[in-house]
Design a protein. Structure first.
Length: 315
């Protein structure tokens, strides 16, 4: 079978996309979509990094339609402001790539809203962002939401008794929980979209093990993961390749709504996109439904069956 690459992305002219994260996978995803003709908003919290990403994409792609949007996924007010601004700028949205994240911060930290940082940024921030952008997505042409998980989700569990890791913080355990939550959200969003007729496809993907700034920005270069990242760099595939599963999920006509895509080699750590079996715990619909309701309460947004338009701004 032919290995899927960015050369297989269908023309995206006339389609708009939001990609969270200005570096690494986010940058490569935005670059590929812009090259295919999409109108891309690359969203992040650092305006300078955003400007650099936009400039790099425009230098690489003549006539690229790309702009930066200020978005702090660790701040519910910022998420609401970003969505409101986007709604003023365009009538619909075709692609939302929930990609940005933090990994294995050595000590427990909190978002501005009091959530544990990894859960709050990786999962709850994207949950709230999707809720606020749902009206735009519903007006898009064949809209898709792609939420990026991780191989670490295989060892994750949703700990409702200590969801915010206040009783005990273990960096990798908390990261795995946040990424499992992302995958479960993707599946639950798809189920609810189908049940309510929103017409929004939801797909999950993961990048394998890729050379990005997640480790340097998390545990740091002096940590054991940082040492491996620096000196065993050949174990990590390049970021452009890590972005392929999410790009496949976002653009490939054959990609299945409600499915999970990752690399095809070495236990899903590197290679080209392929549909793979999700972590067993990601298929627990009772836990997913409880997580959904808990997330609604925590983020103060509303995506209810029968009330798909009812979105409330965070307080």
């Amino acid at each position: 079978m032919t290995k899927w690459t960015t050369n297989n992305i269908p023309p995206q002219h006339g389609r708009s996309a939001v990609v969270t994260g200005t570096g690494g996978l986010g940058f490569e995803t935005a670059l590929a979509l812009a090259r295919a003709g999409a109108n891309v908003v690359i969203a992040g919290r650092n305006p300078q990094k955003g400007a650099d990403a936009v400039a790099a994409i425009r230098n690489a792609v003549s006539g690229a339609q790309v702009r930066f949007g200020k978005l702090d996924l660790a701040n519910l007010a910022s998420i609401a402001e970003f969505a409101a601004q986007l709604a003023q700028e365009q009538d619909g949205l075709e692609l939302l790539i929930n990609n940005a994240g933090v990994m294995r911060t050595p000590e427990r930290r909190e978002t501005s809203d009091g959530f544990e940082l990894q859960l709050g940024t990786n999962y709850l921030g994207h949950f709230a962002l999707t809720a606020h952008l749902l009206p735009l997505l519903k007006r898009g042409q064949k809209p898709r939401v792609v939420t990026v998980g991780s191989v670490a989700a295989r060892w994750g569990a949703i700990n409702f008794d200590d969801l915010q890791a206040e009783g005990g913080y273990k960096p990798m355990q908390v990261y795995s929980q946040s990424k499992l939550a992302c995958i479960m959200f993707a599946f639950e969003l798809n189920r609810r979209s189908e049940a309510t007729g929103w017409g929004v496809q939801s797909v999950a993907a993961h990048p394998g093990i890729s050379r990005t700034d997640l480790i340097p920005n998390g545990p740091g270069w002096s940590s054991l993961p940082g040492f491996a990242r620096r000196y065993l760099w050949f174990l990590y595939q390049p970021a452009w390749q890590g972005a392929l599963p999410a790009l496949f999920a976002a653009t490939e006509p054959a990609a299945r709504s409600g499915a999970y895509y990752g690399p095809d080699r070495l236990g899903g750590t590197r290679g080209h996109p392929i549909q793979e079996k999700p972590p067993r715990q990601a298929l627990d619909t009772a836990v997913a439904a409880r997580l959904w309701e808990t997330s609604l309460e925590l983020t103060n947004v509303d995506i209810r069956v029968g009330r798909p338009q009812a979105l409330t701004a965070p307080t």
